[in-house]
Ligand binder design. Structure first.
Ligand SMILES: [Fe+2]
Length: 198
C-alpha cells in the first residue's frame, strides 16, 4: 500500500481527536476531563428549563413577584436561588397577553438565558430559525405548531451577549388555583422561548 493511502486511512475520527486533545491536556495537569464532566453535569442537571418554569409559576401566583420580575429579572430570579453568569447582565422578562405573543432568538448565534430556561435546542441555533423568525415570524411559528390568529401581534426579541430574554407565558385559565409546584410542571422550554403557548 502506498504511504499516501496509509495516511488517509489512519486519520482519526472527530471523537478520537477530541479524546487525544483531552488526554494531552490532562497529562499536562490542565484537568480537561474534570472540566468536561463538570460542564456535562451543569448542562444536564443544573441549567434546566424547570428553573424558568419555577419562575413563571411564581409570577402567576404572586403579583408582587411578577412586578419585581418584570422590573428586574436578574434580581427576581435570585430570590428563587437561581443565578446567571456575570456577563448576562440583564434578564428581560416578556409577558404574553391575549393579543401579544413574544418570541426570542439570537440572530448572531445561540444566546439564551440558559441557566434559567435551559440550553437552547438545536433548531434555535440553526440559521434557518435565526434568519426566518425575524422576517416571517408568523409563518415560522405556524410551521412550529403555533398558528396565531392575525389579530395577535408577534414581537421578536433578538438576544445580545449581555441582554437575555425569557417569555412569560399566560397562565391557562383551567389551572387557576393550582399550587406553584403543580403549575411549574406545565411550563415548557418552548413556551419560554415563545414558539408555543400553554
Ligand atoms: Fe448569540
Amino acid at each position: 500500500m502506498p504511504d499516501q493511502d496509509r495516511v488517509v486511512k489512519a486519520t482519526a475520527s472527530m471523537e478520537q481527536r477530541v479524546d487525544a486533545i483531552q488526554a494531552a491536556l490532562d497529562e499536562r495537569g490542565l484537568k480537561a476531563s474534570e472540566a468536561v464532566a463538570e460542564l456535562s453535569h451543569l448542562a444536564q442537571d443544573v441549567w434546566v428549563p424547570h428553573n424558568g418554569a419555577r419562575v413563571v409559576a411564581k409570577a402567576w401566583v404572586d403579583p408582587a413577584f411578577r412586578k419585581r420580575l418584570l422590573a428586574n429579572g436578574r434580581a427576581a430570579v435570585e430570590e428563587l436561588g437561581l443565578t446567571m453568569p456575570k456577563h448576562h447582565r440583564h434578564l428581560v422578562v416578556l409577558p404574553n397577553t391575549p393579543s401579544v405573543q413574544n418570541v426570542i432568538c439570537c440572530t448572531l448565534c445561540s444566546c439564551t438565558a440558559f441557566t434559567i430556561i435551559g440550553l437552547p435546542p438545536d433548531w434555535y441555533k440553526d440559521l434557518e430559525y435565526r434568519s426566518r423568525v425575524v422576517r416571517e415570524s408568523r409563518t415560522v411559528l405556524k410551521e412550529m405548531g403555533l398558528d396565531l390568529p392575525p389579530e395577535v401581534e408577534i414581537r421578536v426579541w433578538d438576544t445580545t451577549a449581555d441582554t437575555r430574554y425569557m417569555v412569560l407565558p399566560e397562565q391557562p385559565p383551567e389551572t387557576l388555583g393550582w399550587s406553584e409546584e403543580r403549575l411549574a410542571e406545565i411550563v415548557t422550554r418552548d413556551s419560554m422561548i415563545g414558539v408555543a403557548r400553554l
